[in-house]
Design a protein around this ligand. Structure first.
Ligand SMILES: [Zn+2]
Length: 474
């Protein structure tokens, strides 16, 4: 299949939907800001990672070759604070949460990125980039020994967040990684060591210290994807200052456009409120799993609302998500049982074509998942009616099953469905006769019956629990 170019994406940079045009035909390079590994990731984080998973699976469905890089922020203000609180070396502290993160994304059936660069493994790349910025006059050393980005030297500052730089105060500087004040300020690229950093520092050409958070993503994205790449994703709270600063650093260093398409997902609310520990509505994935919630139902729910809409997570909605997934699985199970020869006189082919068109058209339209899933459930309903009427042939059932599998490559919620089949008539008697022959040590007869069953496409396995059988796959 050749890559299709009808995909439209909402670009935060231009604030409108645009036809996606890759830098290189048939390929897409995506960078997604990964977790800051100072705690377990919460369901708001997973909303972002699931939106990105859907985006990537959609490109794969449309035949693109995807290169996906997701960084792991294992050194910043929060990780240093956390490791000190737990009296652990930074690496040991972050290793623990990285392992937990990989377990979580596996539980949610999120496809792995091609590379997961860790910030602490890329200090030389960051130092190089900062040296370039110093050499170009885009950065300067403050009296505290830290190196700051000179926002006033970059005329395009504010292009992503649309923040006003007009009232830029001379000397307004910020050394924290995160600042909520919606105001352009010079920000730290390299933080000179202070006693609070303890043993977290690197001795480098630009001094003893550690990188700021923003430079980490510029250095790692460009290392693995090139100076200009296709798509950069994150949550809306990353737009300012994180992504604005990434653009400023990268473009000032290379003189090239950094990223063509910026995509951001909206916030997640829980039971109608911003998620917060003080409201008692703050959940990590682990909190939900401890409540016996099904991770695939969580996946389905977090993915089912358009990424640019605020999404209200409720336990009631999670219950409906669970039954939606079960409905899809039951449907696929039912298809396996179809033995009929009577067919639908072309109705199935028409319905399948319509589904592919609608499902595909919706996802091409800036990942309109709600419409795509609605068309899928309409299809399931129609095919179920044909099944009820006994008007679906075995071949048609197999075709529908194939389409469902392709769709599940995108949704990732059906998986391998366990099929419990009844033993076909006449077979049960043969299996019993063979068992009796075996008990009587009449091996010739037992073997003859095994051969007879094999010719009927039934394979026997003698296990500790007794004899098992399965149908030979064609
Ligand atoms: Zn980032």
């Amino acid at each position: 299949m050749t890559a299709n170019s009808n995909i439209q994406l909402f670009n935060t940079l231009t604030r409108r939907k645009e036809i996606f045009k890759p830098l290189e035909a048939g390929k897409v390079k995506i960078y997604t800001c990964g977790p800051t590994v100072y705690d377990y990731a919460h369901i708001g984080n997973f909303r972002a990672f699931l939106f990105e998973d859907l985006l990537k699976r959609w490109f794969l469905y449309r035949g693109f070759k995807v290169t996906h890089v997701m960084n792991l922020t294992d050194v910043d203000d929060k990780t240093i604070r956390g490791s000190k609180q737990q009296h652990k070396p930074l690496r040991e502290f972050t290793d623990f949460y990285i392992k937990a993160f990989f377990e979580d994304i596996k539980a949610l059936n999120i496809q792995a990125a091609d590379v997961y660069p860790r910030a602490t493994d890329h200090i030389p790349e960051m130092v190089m980039l900062i040296k370039t910025l110093l050499a170009k006059g885009s950065a300067y050393r403050g009296e505290d020994g830290s190196i700051y980005y000179a926002v006033a030297k970059f005329p395009d500052y504010g292009q992503l967040s649309k923040i006003k730089t007009g009232e830029l105060k001379a000397g307004a500087r910020v050394s924290q990684d995160e600042y909520t004040k919606e105001e352009a300020q010079d920000f730290a690229l390299w933080k000179a060591w202070t006693p609070e950093d303890g043993d977290v520092y690197w001795e480098t050409e630009i001094g003893k210290g550690r990188p700021g958070w923003h430079i980490e993503c510029s250095a790692m994205s460009m290392k693995y994807l090139g100076e200009t790449f296709d798509i950069h994703c994150g949550g809306v709270d990353n737009i300012f200052p994180h992504h604005e600063n990434e653009i400023a650093q990268s473009e000032a260093a290379t003189g090239k456009k950094f990223v063509d398409y910026w995509m951001h997902n909206e916030h997640l609310l829980v039971e109608g409120k911003k998620m917060s520990k003080s409201y008692g509505n703050f959940y990590t994935l682990r909190d939900l799993l401890a409540k016996q919630c099904d991770p695939i139902a969580i996946r389905y729910l977090l993915m089912s609302v358009h990424y640019r809409e605020q999404f209200n997570f409720t336990f009631e909605a999670l219950e409906s998500a669970k039954s939606a997934v079960e409905r899809l699985r039951n449907f696929v199970r039912r298809l396996h049982d179809v033995e009929g020869t009577k067919d639908s006189k072309g109705a199935v082919a028409t319905l399948s074509e319509k589904l592919e068109e609608c499902f595909g058209g919706s996802l091409d339209d800036d990942l309109d998942i709600a419409t795509a899933v609605a068309s899928l459930f309409d299809y399931v309903k129609e095919i179920n009616l044909l099944l009820d009427a006994g008007e679906l042939s075995k071949q048609e059932a197999a075709d529908v099953g194939g389409l469902m599998m392709r769709i599940d490559d995108v949704l990732g919620v059906i998986g391998k469905v366990e099929v419990t089949e009844a033993l076909p008539t006449g077979i049960e008697g043969l299996v019993q006769r063979r068992e009796a022959a075996r008990k009587a040590k009449n091996w010739n007869e037992a073997d003859a019956i095994r051969t007879q069953l094999k010719s009927m496409g039934i394979v026997l396995e003698d296990t500790a629990q007794g004899v098992r059988w399965h149908k030979e796959r064609a």
